[in-house]
Write a protein that binds this ligand. Structure first.
Ligand SMILES: [Zn+2]
Length: 207
C-alpha cells in the first residue's frame, strides 16, 4: 500500500491510498465508509461505525476518518481546518452533475466553514480522453452540456473545476492529482478492468 498525502492543513490528514487489493482489505486503520449509490445524500458522522448508504460525509469530530472508495469516479476531500469541519465525497458522473460537490460545500458552510477558506484534495479519476458516453445529451443535465465534446466524451474535471470556483473555493487551495485511472495501471479503473476493486481517498481532523 502506498499513501499519497494531500496538504490540506496542519490539523488535517488526508490522502489517497494506492492498493493492490480492494482498499477495505488493506486498510491499516478503522474508517467510516459508505455504500455509495451515485446519489446526493450527505451524512454528518459523529463516530465511526458500519457502512452507511450515501455519497458524502462530513464530520466535526477529530479522529473520525472518512473514506471514499473509487475506481474512475472522482474522490474529493475538503477541509476548513479553522472551523474544524472536513468532508469526503464520491462524485461519479451522476452525483457530480447532480451537484453533490456544491451541496457538500453548502453543508460545510452550515457547520461553520467558510468556502474561501476550504482546502480541497482530488484523487485520480476518469480523464476526458476516457470518459465516453453513449448519449451524453440525454445522460447529462442540460446545464452541463457545455462540457460535452464532439466525440461524445464529457469533461467531468471541467465541470468540477467550475463548480468549485462558483462555490467560492480558491483555485490555489485545490490539490488535484489530475491522473486518469483508466490510463494509469497503478490505479483501479472500472472502465478498464470491470472488477470490484476500489482504491481509497480519506480525510481526518487530527485536532
Ligand atoms: Zn484515460
Amino acid at each position: 500500500m502506498r499513501f499519497l498525502p494531500f496538504s490540506l492543513g496542519a490539523g488535517v490528514e488526508a490522502g489517497v491510498l494506492q492498493v493492490e487489493r480492494d482498499v477495505l482489505e488493506e486498510l491499516p486503520f478503522q474508517v467510516q465508509w459508505l455504500n455509495q449509490v451515485h446519489g446526493t445524500e450527505i451524512l454528518e458522522i459523529e463516530s465511526m461505525g458500519p457502512a452507511l448508504t450515501a455519497d458524502a460525509m462530513v464530520t466535526r469530530v477529530p479522529g473520525v476518518r472518512l473514506l471514499i472508495k473509487t475506481a474512475d469516479c472522482i474522490p474529493v476531500v475538503l477541509a476548513d481546518e479553522e472551523a474544524g469541519v472536513v468532508a469526503a465525497v464520491h462524485a461519479g458522473w451522476r452525483g457530480l452533475t447532480a451537484d453533490i460537490v456544491p451541496l457538500v460545500v453548502a453543508r460545510m458552510v452550515e457547520l461553520g466553514a467558510v468556502a474561501e477558506r476550504l482546502t480541497v484534495g482530488i484523487g485520480p479519476s476518469l480523464g476526458v480522453e476516457c470518459s465516453e458516453f453513449s448519449d451524453p445529451r440525454v445522460e447529462i443535465p442540460a446545464k452541463y452540456h457545455w462540457a460535452i465534446r464532439a466525440d461524445k466524451h464529457v469533461d467531468l474535471w471541467a465541470i468540477l473545476e467550475r463548480q468549485l470556483r462558483e462555490a467560492g473555493v480558491s483555485e490555489g487551495r485545490v490539490e488535484w492529482m489530475r491522473v486518469c485511472t483508466c490510463c494509469s495501471p497503478e490505479w483501479f479503473s472500472w472502465r478498464r478492468d470491470h472488477d470490484a476493486r476500489r482504491f481509497g481517498t480519506w480525510i481526518e481532523l487530527t485536532r
